[in-house]
Design a protein around this ligand. Structure first.
Ligand code: NAP
Length: 255
């Protein structure tokens, strides 16, 4: 039997990269998948791709920074799709301006990154909380190696703070929701080839080399590399796993 049969899974930022791969992977495991993204057209295309492959999927436009919209879309999904039992908080952006960059960039990075990567995770979780508690559901938050480190490659303090925050939020929720049977975990991707880092890969080979020098498996990750761990954390194979972060980074933190 498929691992996610009878589940309804919501994935944010599902029009691209890691979120799109997770949505397709969940659908292959039998889940009915709801793709949420700011990019409504790309989310609809991704949902169509899943349906064409025989899966169950729909999509809705959502900017995770808008709390009222998160609540409204959760209601719409409850009314038209059903009770959500899996939430993947994946939507995120990355920028690499340091604290000593141009003041406008430093400030706008802080505001945008915290709003999307951290407050966005809060907003969407808040919106789906009653469904998830009623379903004894599972939450999978997408952290990063930046949930732990800010050492080897330039990254904005905002991105590092947001991903540390995602890990802290994961642990706090796991502690509070365990009594409701809700499991909350995170995934910490390493350097994964997606549109998020397309420009860096095209223009900054030195930065890519630093990542690869610290990646024992010797290659960048693909979105598909995140799918297995995301299925594991959403299905009953991880029934006694909560408050954890599964690093999917080719071993980055070992060297
Ligand atoms: P991606 O390909 O750029 O996909 C992110 C998706 O999120 C895009 O469709 C994007 O839409 C959407 N999005 C952005 N802001 C949003 C908002 N306010 N509301 C709703 N959707 C929004 O990036 P990715 O690499 O798959 O990243 C997914 C997650 O993995 C992020 O949380 C990222 O921090 C994390 N991560 C990635 C890597 C990596 O190496 N790729 C490593 C560690 C962690 P637009 O395209 O329209 O902006």
């Amino acid at each position: 039997m498929p691992l996610l049969e009878n589940h309804i899974a919501v994935v944010t930022g599902a029009a691209s990269g890691i979120g799109r791969a997770i949505a397709a992977g969940y659908a292959r495991e039998g889940a009915r998948v709801v793709l949420l993204d700011m990019n409504e057209k790309a989310a609809a295309e991704a949902a169509q791709e899943i349906r064409s492959a025989g899966g169950k999927a729909e999509s809705f436009a959502l900017d995770v920074t808008k709390r009222d919209d998160c609540v409204a879309v959760a209601k719409k999904i409850a009314d038209t799709v059903g009770q959500v039992s899996i939430l993947v908080n994946n939507a995120g952006i990355a920028r690499r301006n340091g604290m000593l960059g141009a003041p406008e960039a430093v400030i706008s990075d802080w505001e945008d990154i915290i709003a999307i990567n951290l407050t966005g995770v809060f907003n969407v979780t808040y919106a789906f909380l009653s469904s998830l508690r009623a379903a004894r559901g599972r939450i999978v938050n997408i952290g990063s190696i930046q949930s732990f480190v800010h050492l080897r490659t330039p990254s904005s303090p905002a991105y590092t703070a947001s991903k540390h925050g995602v890990l802290g939020f994961t642990k706090a929720l796991a502690a509070e929701l365990g009594k409701d049977g809700v499991r909350v975990n995170a995934i910490g991707p390493g350097f994964i080839e997606t549109p998020l880092n397309e420009k860096v890969r095209a223009t900054n080979p030195d930065l890519v080399r630093v990542f690869m020098d610290h990646t024992p498996l010797g290659r960048p990750g693909k979105p598909e590399d995140i799918v297995g761990p995301a299925i594991f954390l959403a299905c009953d194979l991880s029934a006694y796993v909560s408050g954890s972060i599964v690093m999917v980074d080719g071993g980055y933190r070992t060297i």
